[in-house]
Design a binder for this molecule. Structure first.
Ligand SMILES: Cc1cc2nc3c(=O)[nH]c(=O)nc-3n(C[C@H](O)[C@H](O)[C@H](O)COP(=O)(O)OP(=O)(O)OC[C@H]3O[C@@H](n4cnc5c(N)ncnc54)[C@H](O)[C@@H]3O)c2cc1C
Ligand SMILES: *[C@@H]1O[C@H](CO)[C@@H](O)[C@H](O)[C@H]1NC(C)=O
Ligand SMILES: *[C@@H]1O[C@H](CO)[C@@H](O)[C@H](O)[C@H]1NC(C)=O
Ligand SMILES: *[C@@H]1O[C@H](CO)[C@@H](O)[C@H](O)[C@H]1NC(C)=O
Ligand SMILES: *[C@@H]1O[C@H](CO)[C@@H](O)[C@H](O)[C@H]1NC(C)=O
Ligand SMILES: *[C@@H]1O[C@H](CO)[C@@H](O)[C@H](O)[C@H]1NC(C)=O
Ligand SMILES: *[C@@H]1O[C@H](CO)[C@@H](O)[C@H](O)[C@H]1NC(C)=O
Length: 591
């Protein structure tokens, strides 16, 4: 407030010195809005007096070497016009439409999201060019950043002009946090540098192998590079081939096939190179800015800084065994028999993780596809032995199923063989729950009942992960929910939506997800938690659910490192002060 006043005074008398001062501390571009009987201080939006002039945008474009683009949705080419300009192009439309379900293509674009719900679906592929295409919740402008100076320029511009800032890496965010109405987006996807070292020499006492990963690197890409090292190394990445590594994934925690053995991705971080909200390049590690280092390890995506690169531990490659376990219509159409089979499978979660394993599975109301069981360091014979209690239970209850075993000389070979590519374009809300060993021990049956109830309510199913990041790993001091250390099974719930739903229907779907789909999961797991990267935006007491006892420290660090709220991602520390008002458009601080 004091500074605003000083700048306004100065502005009327000494414009040139304001420009000089603005480089260090910009004047606030206040934008007070009344909405729904409340007073808000909003970001600046097109049409607002404080929205930057075209000269300012041009100056930014010059600063970032011409890499800023006005956002035109990819499928505008299927419509006659976009914002009054002709856009229709049959060939381009056919191509963009064919690409719609492709995951890698989607991640490579400037602004698209894999899961389309939070784009507001106002410009989907169409065969009717007379339909209307609008921007919806896509950003206004995007910087396809090539250098860290480009990222800094975008952060500075957003801060100085009070414009909403979005950091977009792969667009994987289930919860729509890599897009935002009326925003400036910075796309970090081209930061593809990777550097391996056999002996880490930075602070923190660790001296093993490490890799410095640029912000745009994707999971499988990183594993592939690790596999090309001599000797080969493995890294804790996500199960999904195209999920980012140094963006939302590691800042939210980051589970994956090696996480039971080595811990979450956030447990592997040794040092971050970042740009903080004040536009300063910083290193965050055990020696420099240790509080920021702590917060970046699991404290939430796009919350404390923009990551340019992160250095993480690597692990020597080892042999690995895998298994694929299925129960579906090939085996039985008896729902009760099916759920008995699922119960036998899920009730053994603690047993799998205690053996260093990870399992990825898709559960529908009448089928289970557990592909794969990942048993790093094990042979197929050892895995068979570990799964004996499962097979014994299935056999004693006469539950038909299929179970195959596979053995590989490296984890990477298993990963390539058993993890499938995924798609894009589903219109859905997601929620989910982390079940702990304690809850599975005390209430294994109740948890399976809850999963069934939830699956039947959503009329779809769940994406399941048996993962226990506290099992084999040394405990690292970081911001992840402490219950991850007792973790055993993490499920994502999914509520599919038609693309033409009204605002009111969307809100009703959120309530249904929270109460009917996620409600039973929460009730069955009093010692559980939720996962900020794969969770419900309406999660009750989200601060507690996502971070537990770490939340108060994260909140104070948010206030320290980003006092003005330059970065914003829903349900991350400090965002209780903010609200997206006016039908999902304006981001505003409650005042
Ligand atoms: C198909 C699929 C599979 C998945 N598998 C896994 C899995 O195995 N394990 C797991 O833990 N999670 C998994 N996830 C969830 C994943 O961790 C989150 O979606 C995560 O946010 C993706 O990060 P991203 O950077 O790739 O995506 P984006 O959508 O581009 O970004 C996600 C968030 O991170 C922020 N962000 C991106 N880059 C930066 C940066 N450089 N600096 C600061 N903030 C940044 C964005 O602003 C946004 O808030 C999966 C998601 C999908 C869709
Ligand atoms: C930024 O500059 C480049 C190169 O001159 C130009 O192609 C692009 O259209 C400009 N972006 C905007 C938003 O004007
Ligand atoms: C978003 O979608 C809703 C319908 O669900 C619609 O009412 C609203 O106008 C849309 N807003 C924008 C900015 O696209
Ligand atoms: C059911 O499982 C069998 C055996 O593994 C598999 O061949 C088949 O593709 C599965 N069916 C479906 C619909 O997933
Ligand atoms: C289940 O139903 C499907 C479809 O009717 C049928 O093809 C299949 O053979 C049935 N499975 C069993 C095990 O009977
Ligand atoms: C599942 O686990 C619970 C708790 O450990 C136990 O009481 C129950 O008998 C188990 N159920 C089955 C079907 O194995
Ligand atoms: C959405 O589309 C479905 C199927 O075409 C239709 O039945 C429904 O009425 C539509 N809903 C709205 C709100 O337009």
């Amino acid at each position: 407030m004091k500074y605003t006043f000083v700048y306004q005074l100065a502005a009327s008398f000494l414009l040139s010195s304001v420009i000089a001062l603005a480089q260090t501390e910009a004047p606030t571009t206040e934008n007070i809005v009344q909405s729904g009987g409340r007073r808000y201080a909003c970001k600046c939006y097109p049409g607002d007096r404080c929205w930057p002039t075209s000269q300012k945008w041009k100056a930014l474009n010059d600063t970032v070497g011409g890499t800023i683009k006005e956002v035109i949705p990819n499928w505008a080419v299927c419509y006659n016009t976009f914002e009054g300009k002709p856009t229709y192009n049959a060939a381009a439309c056919a191509e963009a439409t064919a690409n719609f379900p492709l995951e890698q293509w989607t991640t490579d674009q400037d602004i698209l999201n894999l899961w389309i719900f939070w784009t507001n679906n106002t410009c989907l592929p169409t065969t009717n060019p007379g339909d209307t295409c609008t921007l919806g919740y896509y950003p206004e402008y995007v910087i396809r950043a090539k250098t860290k100076a480009d990222i800094k320029a975008g952060i500075d511009f957003a801060r100085n002009n009070n414009v909403r800032l979005i950091i977009r890496n792969t667009g994987h965010d289930f919860m729509g946090r890599s897009t935002g109405y009326g925003s400036l987006a910075i796309n970090t996807h081209d930061f593809k540098s990777v550097e391996f070292t056999k002996r880490y020499t930075g602070p923190g006492g660790y001296t093993g192998g490490a890799v410095t990963v640029g912000a745009g690197i994707q999971g499988r890409e990183l594993l592939r590079l690790g596999n090309q090292q001599s000797p080969k190394v493995a890294i804790v990445t996500g199960e999904c081939p195209t999920v980012g590594f140094a963006g939302g994934y590691i800042q939210g925690g980051g589970h994956g096939p090696l996480a039971t053995l080595y811990g979450l991705a956030a447990d592997q971080a040794l040092s971050f190179d970042v740009i903080t909200a004040d536009g300063v390049y910083r290193t965050a590690n055990a020696r420099e800015n240790p509080d920021l280092f702590w917060a970046l390890k699991g404290g939430g995506p796009s919350t404390f800084a923009t990551i340019v690169s992160v250095t993480v531990k690597t692990f020597p490659e080892t042999k690995a065994a895998g298994a694929v376990f299925r129960i579906n219509g090939t085996h039985t159409n008896d729902t009760e028999v099916f759920w008995k089979g699922f119960r036998a499978f899920h009730n053994l979660s603690n047993h799998y993780v205690e053996n260093g394993m990870f399992v990825y599975y898709q559960l529908l109301t009448d089928s289970l596809n557990a592909q794969p069981f990942v048993a790093p360091t094990k042979t197929a014979a050892q895995l068979k032995e570990i799964l004996k209690p499962l097979v014994d239970q299935l056999n004693s209850q006469n539950i038909p199923h299929s179970l195959t075993y596979h053995e590989y000389s490296t984890f990477f070979d298993l990963y390539i063989d058993l993890f499938a590519d995924e798609g894009s374009g589903a219109n859905m809300l997601v929620g989910g729950r982390l079940f702990t060993k304690t809850d599975i021990r005390n209430n294994g049956n109740g948890i399976v009942d809850a999963i069934r109830q939830s699956t039947e309510a959503s009329q779809y199913g769940m994406i399941g992960h048996i993962v226990g990041p506290g099992t084999g790993a040394p405990v690292v001091d970081n911001a992840i929910h402490p219950q991850w250390r007792d973790g055993s099974s993490f499920s994502i719930s999914v509520l599919l939506q038609p693309t033409n739903v009204t605002w009111a229907e969307k809100r009703a779907a959120e309530v249904f997800l929270t109460d009917q789909v996620d409600g039973p999961l929460r009730a069955a797991s009093p010692n559980g938690a939720a996962y900020v990267n794969e969770g419900n935006l309406e999660e009750p007491n989200w601060q507690q659910a996502y971070w537990g006892s770490n939340y108060p420290r994260l909140l104070s660090l948010k206030k320290k490192w980003d006092p003005k709220g330059v970065f914003y991602a829903r349900t991350t520390p400090g965002t209780e002060d903010w609200e997206v008002i006016d039908y999902g458009t304006r981001l505003c601080k409650k005042v």
